[in-house]
Write a protein that binds this ligand. Structure first.
Ligand SMILES: NC(=O)c1ccc[n+]([C@@H]2O[C@H](COP(=O)([O-])OP(=O)(O)OC[C@H]3O[C@@H](n4cnc5c(N)ncnc54)[C@H](OP(=O)(O)O)[C@@H]3O)[C@@H](O)[C@H]2O)c1
Length: 322
């Protein structure tokens, strides 16, 4: 396993995302949450993954509880990252919600406590008071943010009077906004970018196409629309070409592309142990400069649907459903 070290924090380049645990929107069912999820966490740790990412919001606490049970007896091997859902993040609320997260996780100290989203109403100067209390009390080791722009990240640091080690953001071959400002900032200032939805929720595994699409929450997501799945074919074919030359999979190349960037780790979710094992193995793939450039070129040429295409897509989805 490859590790990334910033500001005294050492995390695996591939972590495990756990939004899927206990969350109805993924539709994985009770067997997954009650049994598979625990196996996933323990197998991840066995393979050298230490970064396990959860949030109080996932399954309304269920994900944290599953993670807490799964890491029992293995606390030393885990870097536990969880998140505060920012409804009314006032000082006292922040403290009590972090305590509830720690209880569900069955840990005394949260390794990384992240603000899940910026809150447009409560000033960050108020929220950081709670975060300062938590670090002073030894309940939180490191503070992170998520879905923060660069100016919001810096404003939070200024309010805190200290650096905020990480920003967890949507980052993949199809979502490259973080490369503009966030990544250069992280690289120049010893910070970490934690890439969420690194496989674009399965799109970047190459297994979906216009005739084979997932249901539930993902059915109407932009990249799962038939038009976009068709438009993605050249990129997916290029990823497959590169994958074949590494005896790897499309998903692994998508992850290897991300973590080839300094100061970036990825936290893919997994539906099965086989997916987890494959994602972890992506950390061992080294892509050449020419492979990276070629993949960049295909990703740059992908143009997602224009609004007009949406109606064609919805019609074709409705037709297929009869
Ligand atoms: N901070 C935030 O606001 C935020 C937002 C979203 C996510 N997150 C975090 O980031 C984590 C990952 O993001 P995500 O779960 O949205 O998306 P993701 O990691 O891009 O996609 C996960 C899904 O892709 C499929 N998959 C995973 N590995 C695969 C493989 N090797 N081969 C083929 N398919 C594979 C699985 O779905 P199927 O097999 O069912 O297709 C899996 O559930 C979350 O669990 C969560 O911890 C944070």
């Amino acid at each position: 396993m490859k590790y990334v070290e910033v500001a005294g924090v050492k995390v695996s380049a591939i972590g495990l995302g756990t939004w899927q645990f206990g969350s109805v929107e993924w539709g994985y069912g009770p067997e997954y949450s009650e049994s598979t999820a625990r196996i996933l966490v323990r197998r991840a740790l066995e393979l050298g993954v230490n970064l396990i990412d959860t949030a109080e919001f996932y399954g309304f606490g269920k994900s944290e509880s599953v993670v807490g049970n799964a890491i029992e007896g293995l606390r030393d091997q885990v870097f536990v990252a969880t998140k505060l859902f920012p409804i009314l993040p006032l000082r006292s609320v922040v403290v009590s919600r972090a305590k509830a997260s720690a209880r569900r996780l069955q840990i005394d100290e949260i390794d990384l406590y992240q603000l899940h989203w910026p809150n447009p109403l409560v000033p960050i100067t108020e929220t950081v008071k709670g975060l300062k209390d938590l670090t002073a009390q030894g309940l939180v080791r490191q503070i992170g943010v998520s879905n923060y722009s660069l100016s919001q990240w810096r404003a939070a640091e200024e309010a805190l009077g200290a650096s905020i080690v990480s920003n967890q953001v949507h980052f993949s071959l199809l979502t490259r906004g973080p490369e503009k400002e966030l990544l250069p900032y992280a690289q120049a200032n010893d910070r970490l970018i934690i890439a969420y939805s690194p496989l674009e929720q399965g799109v970047l595994s190459g297994k979906y196409n216009a005739k084979n699409r997932p249901g539930k929450m993902r059915a109407l997501r932009k990249y799962f629309l038939p038009t976009n799945l068709n438009r993605l074919r050249p990129l997916l074919e290029e990823l497959k070409r590169v994958a074949d030359s590494h005896q790897a999979s499309v998903a692994q190349i998508s992850l290897a592309w991300l973590i080839s960037k300094p100061n970036v780790v990825a936290i893919p979710g997994a539906a099965t142990v086989a997916q987890l094992e494959s994602n972890v193995a992506a950390a061992d793939i080294e892509l050449s400069r020419s492979e990276l450039e070629s993949i960049d070129g295909f990703a740059d040429s992908f143009e997602p649907f224009a609004v007009g295409d949406l109606f064609t897509d919805l019609k074709s989805i409705a037709k297929r459903r009869g």
